[in-house]
Design a protein around this ligand. Structure first.
Ligand SMILES: *Cc1c(COP(=O)(O)O)cnc(C)c1O
Length: 390
């Protein structure tokens, strides 16, 4: 198609009904009907999502969301799921069997760690971790039974970035499936398939929804890889609800303008906070001080919406900082129109020991700011006020 991705995010639509509606309606139906017994028999004989049978299998609202995100990621096809975790788990379950090994970045989302370390071993699937900051060690960690390599770039919450092209070279050489969680960048900022990823997945709950309303997930890639994931999801049940798909599909129409604003405000805030007396470092992919800034410039079109910083005062400062915020929300979600701050060491990860936190990249004073769409001056004011009291 000749149109640019930002146009396709807006113009990809489900075929109009007899009403000739402009905005795609919500197809809130559990099942679909047939004109004859023969048509019904033919529908059930097929394992394709193209014939609508039952909304666990396919639904026009879900299809529209899948088609839009596949277009944005430069992928042939996709499958949508009820949450990001269902996309991750469904992908692992589709391609990993007993005796296989998965090589994952150590800096991955908490529940992804739990799948790797608590559930996969129950089914005889081994895992090991590599360090995002030491890509030169990856090849030595590949085993004969390594089937899949998994990473997030930028990572949550450490904002580690890895050269996708370099990792894809290793995967191709060893015949390993390369899967990227693109949640922090979104396809408006980075398309990992262009750099050799086989499958790209998302928690659509974050920037894709962008307004903190619904949960969702999606995985995209080549048809021959997507079809077996589709069958796994269709048969085991974590399908995306048509309502959530309809919300997410509408969200994609504003993804590019939202990501531009998230990123310009995030850069403004990161630059203003650099060098503040209460902060030991500020990390943001578009700051020249980011350790992988050059790689970020190569594979991303802007720095995204997340800024992290380290408070000199550690855990206690982090708690005081959160308590002193006036406008910014204290919640664990991210990628919202409203700015969110979190201090993992005193909240979501407070049950871990300091050493356990360090192993997943969470330092005592780490603050993660998901920069929202408010006026950037107001966001900065609130952050500076809380820093005063931290
Ligand atoms: C939130 C998140 C997930 C999990 O997504 P859910 O929609 O909450 O299931 C996976 N990966 C990353 C990077 C995330 O931030």
């Amino acid at each position: 198609m000749k149109h640019k991705p930002s146009t396709r995010a807006i113009r990809t639509q489900t075929r109009k009904t007899a009403q000739k509606e402009h905005s795609t309606p919500l197809f809130l139906t559990s099942s679909f009907t047939y004109d004859s017994a023969e048509d019904m028999a033919a529908a059930f004989a097929s394992d394709s999502p193209e014939v609508n049978i039952y909304s666990r299998f396919s639904n026009p609202s879900v299809d529209e969301f899948i088609n839009k995100i596949a277009a944005l990621e430069g992928a042939e096809d996709g499958v949508a799921t009820g949450t990001g975790m269902a996309a991750i788990f469904g992908t692992f379950m589709t391609f990993l069997s007993q005796g296989d090994h998965i090589l994952s970045a150590s800096a991955v989302f908490g529940s992804t760690h739990t799948i790797l370390s608590k559930y996969l071993p129950k089914w005889g699937i081994e895992y090991s971790y590599f360090d995002m900051n030491r890509p030169e060690t990856i090849e030595s960690l590949v085993k004969k039974n390594t089937k899949l390599l998994y990473l997030e770039t930028p990572s949550n919450p450490g904002l580690d970035i890895i050269d996708l092209e370099q990792v894809s070279g290793i995967c191709k050489k060893h015949g390993i499936l390369f899967v990227v969680d693109n949640c922090f960048a979104t396809p408006a900022v980075q398309q990992p398939i262009r750099f050799g990823a086989d499958l790209v997945l998302h928690s659509a709950t974050k920037f894709i929804d962008g307004q903190g309303r619904v949960l969702g997930g999606v995985v995209v890639g080549r048809k021959e890889l997507i079809h077996p994931i589709y069958l796994f999801i269709r048969n085991t049940g974590p399908s995306l609800s048509p309502f959530n798909a309809w919300v997410l599909s509408k969200s994609l129409e504003t993804l590019f303008v939202r990501m531009d604003r998230h990123a310009s405000s995030a850069l403004y805030i990161a630059e203003k906070l650099q060098g503040h007396e209460k902060i030991s470092w500020v990390k943001y992919p578009w700051l020249a001080s980011h350790p992988q800034h050059a790689i970020a410039k190569k594979q991303m079109s802007n720095g995204g919406g997340i800024v992290t910083l380290e408070l000199k005062g550690g855990i206690n400062s982090g708690r005081k900082f959160l308590n002193a915020l006036q406008m910014i929300s204290m919640t664990n979600n991210l990628g919202d129109s409203r700015t969110i701050a979190s201090h993992p060491a005193s909240t979501t990860h407070s049950k871990l020991t300091e050493a356990e936190r360090a192993a997943v990249g969470i330092t005592p004073g780490l603050i993660r700011v998901s920069v929202g769409l408010e006026d950037p001056a107001d966001i900065l004011d609130d952050l500076l006020g809380a820093l005063d009291k931290a």
